[in-house]
Design a protein around this ligand. Sequence first.
Ligand code: AMP
Length: 428
Amino acid sequence: MLKAVPGTSDIFPQAKDYPFREPVFRYITTTAEEVLRGAGAQMVHTPIFEYLEVFQKGVGLTSDIVVKKEMYVLEDRGGRLLALRPEPTAAIVRAYNEHGMKVWPQPVRLFTWGPIFRGERQQKGRYKQFHQVDYEALGLSDPLLDAEAIALMVRIYKTLGLKNLEVKLGSVGDPEDRLRYNQYLRTLFEPYAQALSEDSRVRLEANPMRILDSKSERDQQIIAELQPKPMLEFLGPEARAFHEQVCRYLAELGVPFSVDPSMVRGLDYYVRTAWEVHHTSIGAKSALGGGGRYDGLSEMLGGPPVPGVGFGIGIERVAIALQEEGIPIPADPSPTLYLAPLDEAAKIEALVLAEQLRPKIYVEIGYAPKSPRKALEDALKKGARYVGFLGESERARGVITLKHLESGEQTTLEPLQLHSLFEGPEPK
Ligand code: AMP
């Protein structure tokens, strides 16, 4: 029997674990949607695959996504290379430019949620196909928007009911600050090049900063020994002032955060503000979500300057956190009436009746003709309020036998009585 690819999952109502339980998933997306719409964000859906360049140019040649070949690349019939989206921001910036959103009132706040694909090694909270809620505020480079994005992200987590959160805020500076920092790191790490992991040796040439968030234990040991100065000490005056303003705004908003002077993010396009939200359930190395500013990304994609700031929330990771905190998820509505046709002829009668009642109430039909006892069991499993039996004797008398499951009270009703029970005139 064929199974789902490891690292991918079905999401369905009965799943044991929260990350794969559909009502949990929906609770997260609808809560996020409410919070983000309340701040003027509009929903967009971009395709799940794009030309490879859209992602390659933005995330950078030294990101894990590219270095470790985590991108799912496919070739179409014309020989063009396409990639399943490994992150949503570059696609949204591409869409902003393609549809001339620059003439809209700025900033343009957009959000989306959907699947993301990264060929990572599978472990708890790390999958090959996962899902993100993503928010982007485009068109202005104002620290106020960074603070607003962080506050919105935190509000999503809080509205969901999460408590054990930690916001870590850093700055990756402007490109020229990073050049200076990378030069410093290269000099520092060069003597240890042979001891570094293979990936980090590549990073040493192209982007030494990336070594700092290496997942290799050997690299982390070398980092601990060398104790490199943090990025924050290399900020130029403009990036520093910007960072301080974001901190000031967050303090004014009452959003708790700590400054992480050595924050580095996995994608190359980030400038200035970078942040992550952590939770006790996931472990220090992984985050519930992260975000940052990406003022140069649009130009990397061949577009005009479009500053922006945004975040991605890992839906599965949030679900793990909700499960760990024991947060109850709103239950799906259950049927008001569970109709049980007891013979073949009653099946179409049940369907006609259900269709008449459905504008008013939630009606489910158990189609396989069965004994009243089995039908009752099924109705209980479904959490129905009433079960209605339709069989030969009901047909002969033109009635339905209705049982209220909580009280156990049973009556026979004529169609008119049934309709008035569910408030409203009998449909013609
Ligand atoms: P990133 O785009 O790497 O900043 O990721 C944003 C968020 O997506 C992370 O903070 C995680 O919550 C989530 N995430 C990233 N990679 C994975 C993965 N492989 N599996 C599950 N969630 C992930």
